[in-house]
Write a protein that binds this ligand. Structure first.
Ligand SMILES: Nc1nc2c(ncn2[C@@H]2O[C@H](COP(=O)(O)OP(=O)(O)OP(=O)(O)O)[C@@H](O)[C@H]2O)c(=O)[nH]1
Length: 267
């Protein structure tokens, strides 16, 4: 006889009791900080917002946001990951989780905490242990074919942004085609064509975040994991390196040239 194993059902236990944690990921320079600055500016009178930024060695993104004056400076905190950015948002989220919880405790109650990933490759995603939902940001200047290339963030983030659409004509990218390709890659999940210079697109971004926040408050948003990133190569200081793969449950495998493989279990 097998024992009845209780299955999780209904909304997450924290629904409505803490801030919505929303991750913003995407390749370098696609406009993650700008999206966050826009949200802080536009939603200032509707939501109490805090921001955590991630950079490898600096607090540059936090300084950019503070200088933009979109939030009281003390509500913007930097995590210096000291390693590849995806490690701190996916494999071991401890530094970020502590930063988010401290921020929420210091400025309680907050409605929304935005977590910006360091700029990374096309496949970096947040762990659902850190954020409730995630936005993945591409930009038209990165090339019209990027949306077709897929990957967990492009395919399954809660929202995919095709950013800087004002630049389409200057970089010979057909924005409508890029959005159509992105939509096809996402099985119906939302895609937003955005430019901070086009107010109607900014309004759509804000409307989506407000809708998500309402879902969170009502306990109707169930966080989903877009899935692990693809195996990738880490260069070592001596010119060597290793291949690094992330499993569905957080375990990861390093394959070192001479030494064979070893596995790390989830913490
Ligand atoms: N034309 C145009 N430029 C934009 C837009 N959004 C952002 N940019 C510019 O794109 C550049 C990169 O923007 P950031 O917001 O710093 O990008 P990021 O993804 O945070 O960059 P990293 O943190 O370095 O990965 C900056 O020069 C922005 O001014 C937009 O909608 N249109």
């Amino acid at each position: 006889m097998t024992a009845d194993v209780p299955q999780p059902s209904g909304p997450p236990a924290h629904a409505g009791t803490r801030a919505l944690r929303l991750g913003v990921a995407g390749p370098v320079g696609t406009g993650k900080s700008s999206v966050i600055a826009t949200l802080c500016r536009e939603l200032a009178d509707k939501l109490r917002i805090g921001v955590i930024t991630n950079d490898i060695y600096t607090d540059e993104d936090a300084r950019f946001l503070r200088s933009a004056g979109v939030l009281p400076a003390e509500r913007i905190r930097a995590v210096e990951t000291g390693a590849c950015p995806h490690t701190a948002i996916r494999d071991d989220v401890t530094m970020n989780l502590i930063a988010v919880e401290d921020l929420e405790a210091d400025f309680a109650p907050l409605d929304l905490v935005l977590v910006e990933s360091g700029g990374d490759n096309l496949t970096a995603t947040f762990s659902p242990a850190l954020v409730d939902a995630q936005i993945f940001v591409l930009d038209v200047a990165g090339g019209g074919d990027v949306a077709r290339k897929g990957g967990p963030g492009i395919a399954r983030a809660d929202l995919l942004i095709v950013n800087k659409i004002d630049l389409g004509p200057y970089v010979d990218v057909d924005v409508d085609q890029m959005v159509a390709d992105a939509t096809a890659a996402r099985d119906g999940a939302p895609v937003l064509a955005l430019s901070r210079k086009l107010p109607d697109t900014v309004e759509q971004l804000c409307a989506w975040v407000l809708w998500l926040h309402e879902q969170h408050v009502q306990g109707q948003h169930i966080p989903t994991d877009p899935g692990p990133m693809a195996p990738h190569f880490h260069a070592g200081p001596d010119g060597g390196g290793y291949v690094h793969a992330h499993g569905q449950d957080g375990e990861h495998v390093h394959a070192h040239g001479q030494d064979g493989e070893h596995e790390h279990s989830p913490r």
